[in-house]
Design a protein around this ligand. Sequence first.
Ligand code: MRU
Length: 367
Amino acid sequence: MKVAGKHFRTIWLNEDGWSVDLIDQRWLPHEFRVENVRDVEGIATAIRDMWVRGAPLIGVTAAYGVAIRMREDPSDAALDAVWEELHATRPTAINLRWALDEMRNLLSPLPEAERSEAAYARAAEIAHEDVELNRSIGKHGLEIIKEIARSKKPGEPVNILTHCNAGWLATVDYGTATSPIYLATEEQIPVHVYVDETRPRNQGAHLTSWEMAGHGVPHTLIVDNAGGHLMQRGMVDMVIVGTDRTTAHGDVCNKIGTYLKALAAKDNGVPFYVALPSPTIDWTVRDGVKEIPIEERSGDEVSLVWGRDEGGKTRQVRISPDATPAGNPAFDVTPSRLVTGLITERGIAEASAEGLAKLFPERAKAA
Ligand code: MRU
């Protein structure tokens, strides 16, 4: 997508042909910084410390990490070690394991001399595929927005609530939840987005708001607890969120607080959609609530809040007593019964084993 008139993806190969440039998202919305990452340790840090984040982008970044390691050492031992090292960076987003498996399955049978080139080619392909998948998600999601728009008075916007950032910053381009929103804007269908701030790291306030503002999408930032109230007042037509892992039965793991939005949506008859590319489906898990590992991050993310002061300096402030411990589960699971539909690259699936199997029969059968 465009930043100050220039097209950017979130990650790309540096002109040296082997290291990786990426948008360091920690500084947004106040500063737009690009970092050059030249080793696997840097890739692991970028994922763990959330310079890059969002399930699809985590996967693509890891794929490039494998390529960088293969350039240095294409041995089996190095391949296994980089898989382990990068897999340990963030536990919940299944796209990480998916991308690492893709790389290892491709590279393992190859002679060592061919691995580096093949690894860079596959990492680039995964990045390209992500863009294509998100475009398709956008087209299918757009149909839902159009349908709601038809029930509106001319010029009245479709009000969409979203949580966290499942935007282009969370992917290589377009985003998942935002892809239908960008397409609607391109087609001049009036939309308005309620952006949950998404404590504790404020991905909504920092990133989704920045995306919406940058692409001229009318939006309003709200505190995380406002969604239920807005739904009761009839101010939300639909919810669209992303996901870090969706089970073959349609349970949706996403940023902490998503579950509460889904409950409020159900209570108020507001359709609750989840946008996801198929690499986000975990075909091995049966019960999302019991089986998906939920990342527990540092309590400092709850106690210390980043912002920009009046003097224009980006800094952290503490908002709780020094002695107060903070818990920080980063994700929660929304059971499939609360999900209206899963917007995938192949169309909209019912959030159930049958619904997903209908769209992805080859994957469901193999699982
Ligand atoms: O902790 P984050 O910022 O990586 O969490 C991101 C989300 O929860 C997104 O909604 C999810 O990864 C889907 S991104 C298309």
